[in-house]
Design a protein around this ligand. Structure first.
Ligand SMILES: [Zn+2]
Length: 179
């Protein structure tokens, strides 16, 4: 997914064929923190969202961003500031729940580090979210990527945007079936 070109919700298809909608406020907030300058440190935060009861589709609707007490340098971001927890508590009051975490990388196209894999596997062991998945987003300079941890089988896999037609409109399940 290209950074700076997503003015609206991005749809990602999940292993069970449901869809996760990444809503515009999430994308807009993450884009503010792209490491497009040699001096910019890593950034990140939590992701919150909710699951739709009928369709099992998931919406990710907000993210927290770096605060003063977080540990940050060029290649590392550690959530330390209590405001991230306050963000989660506030979101919960409007039925939006912890769904994972995001951070930036100073790479054009982000590739998870060994530390990322260790962190993600630890989160998959210890965390619970508002659904059967946990989401990890890395925002690079040119592109961002999403990996999805599955609590059911313990896997973490990269997931990709749903198919679009030539006008950039997402193809519905029905239209895909007709091909
Ligand atoms: Zn990383």
């Amino acid at each position: 997914m290209e950074v700076g070109k997503s003015s609206r919700c991005v749809k990602i298809s999940l292993p069970d064929d449901s869809v996760v909608d990444i809503l515009t406020p999430v994308i807009e907030e993450m884009e503010k923190w792209v490491q497009d300058d040699l001096h910019k440190p890593e950034s990140g935060g939590y992701i919150v969202g909710y699951q739709h009861k009928g369709t099992y589709n998931i919406s990710l609707d907000a993210v927290s961003h770096p605060y003063i007490m977080d540990e940050r340098n060029r290649i590392r971001f550690n959530i330390k500031d209590p405001r991230h927890k306050i963000f989660l508590a506030k979101a919960r009051r409007s039925q939006s729940y912890y769904m994972g975490a995001w951070h930036t990388h100073p790479q054009d196209v982000p590739v998870p580090s060994n530390i990322d894999w260790d962190d993600w596997n630890a989160s998959l062991q210890m965390d619970t979210t508002g659904c059967q998945y946990i989401f990890f987003i890395i925002v690079g300079i040119m592109e961002w990527r999403i990996w999805v941890g599955n609590f059911t089988d313990g896997s973490i896999k990269e997931c990709f945007e749903c198919q679009k037609d030539l006008d950039g409109i997402y193809l519905g399940r029905k239209m895909e079936d007709e091909k």
